[in-house]
Design a protein around this ligand. Structure first.
Ligand code: GLU
Length: 283
């Protein structure tokens, strides 16, 4: 298994960073991993201090709600998941607000559903709000509005949501912090000869074939297939995308200072790509 490569990425003007429940929450209990969260916040504040517009897409609402109500099992019914999200999202934001303020940064909450993107007025409103937040130096923290979104209006996973946000706000880089180093030629857990793919220029059938549902995580929802959907959306919107391992969020530092392990999908802007049409037709 190949794990090492040396290269760095130019500091972007605007970056979207997505972190999943499997990186943020303890698997057994769903409780937050504060050590990791603290480090993530520090990394994001460092980027902000270098003049980068930073947007965080954070999962964890349902898992945090579950743990704070002492539920042993993961919630199964829609109503229970939504109730967990109502409690957990508020608690998650409370934690972020507190941590960001320790580094003199302000975070704001943006919750979205598919409807936000499909309706021309609300999409434009969301876009304006993001612009204003960046103008004010705020770090938006985005999640799906799990409390109200049911099957018909949900994105379902935050990999896709983060790419949609990157497209909406014209970010130049999207980083998916995952529980795997990147895209492999085969499932690295099953095949020791699987190789990490460092650069992707074209997302073709061969690549899609390689992207098995290989992360095997129990807490989050996104496998490799959702990451490739995200890559398609981001790259066609003119945004590079990186999949890297969120086991140590210090990887963010490594990405911009050199010597990081991960898969970089190169953007190829497509002027005929409209995010709302794509959502309507594909998702
Ligand atoms: N929106 C969900 C949550 O915050 C997670 C979705 C995902 O991890 O992809 O709990």
């Amino acid at each position: 298994m190949e794990t090492q490569q040396i290269r760095k990425v130019k500091l972007p003007k605007r970056v979207v960073i997505k972190i999943g429940s499997s990186s943020l929450n303890h698997e057994e209990t769903g409780g937050l991993n504060f050590t990791k969260l603290e480090k993530l916040v520090r990394e994001l504040c460092d980027l902000r201090n270098q003049g980068v517009d930073v947007c965080l897409v954070s999962s964890g609402a349902i898992a945090v709600g579950r743990s704070s109500m002492g539920m042993k099992e993961r919630p199964k019914t829609m109503a229970k998941k939504q109730a967990c999200a109502a409690v957990g999202q508020a608690r998650l934001m409370m934690t972020y607000q507190k941590m960001f303020s320790e580094y003199h940064q302000t975070a704001g909450q943006v919750l979205m559903t598919k409807k936000t993107m499909l309706d021309n007025v609300s999409r434009k409103n969301a876009q304006n709000t993001f612009e204003e937040l960046f103008e004010l130096g705020v770090i938006p923290i985005v999640n799906e509005n799990d409390t109200v979104s049911t099957y018909e209006i949900q994105f379902g996973d935050n990999d896709t949501l983060s790419a949609i946000v990157a497209s909406l706000i014209s970010a130049d880089l999207l980083i998916l912090l995952s529980d795997i180093d990147g895209l492999y030629t085969d499932d690295p857990h099953a095949n020791p000869n699987a190789k990490l793919i460092k650069d992707v220029d074209v997302i073709d059938e061969k690549l899609l074939h390689m992207a098995k549902e290989s992360t095997g995580s129990d807490v989050g929802t996104g496998g490799m297939a959702t990451k490739l959907t995200a890559a398609r959306i981001a790259t066609r919107s003119g945004c590079d995308m990186i999949i890297a391992n969120g086991k140590d969020v210090g990887i963010l530092h490594e990405i911009f200072e050199g010597d990081f392990t991960g898969t970089l999908f190169h953007q190829h802007y497509d002027e005929d790509f409209y995010i709302s049409d794509y959502i309507e037709e594909t998702l």
